[in-house]
Ligand binder design. Sequence first.
Ligand SMILES: [Zn+2]
Length: 91
Amino acid sequence: MAVVNSMEGIVEVALKELLKEDPECCTCENCMNDMMCLALNALPPKYVSSERGALFSKINNAMAQQRSIDVRVACINALEFVKSHPHHNIS
Ligand SMILES: [Zn+2]
């Protein structure tokens, strides 16, 4: 049985929402991964014990959690950090 950190899905949705409002930020795979790591490391993990559970938890909590202050702050911090410290040169 898979154990998944459902926070990954929540952060991904919240980040994409923020990136829509901030088109200046690079969204290549490197930068997306960096932002995901930074935000996830700043937030408590939320493990669920099956894919069904993950999906359920994702649907159930995504709306509430992606808008929670903690998730939003972590995503904003990650976005700002990657924007000012990209792992590559932006042309
Ligand atoms: Zn990039």
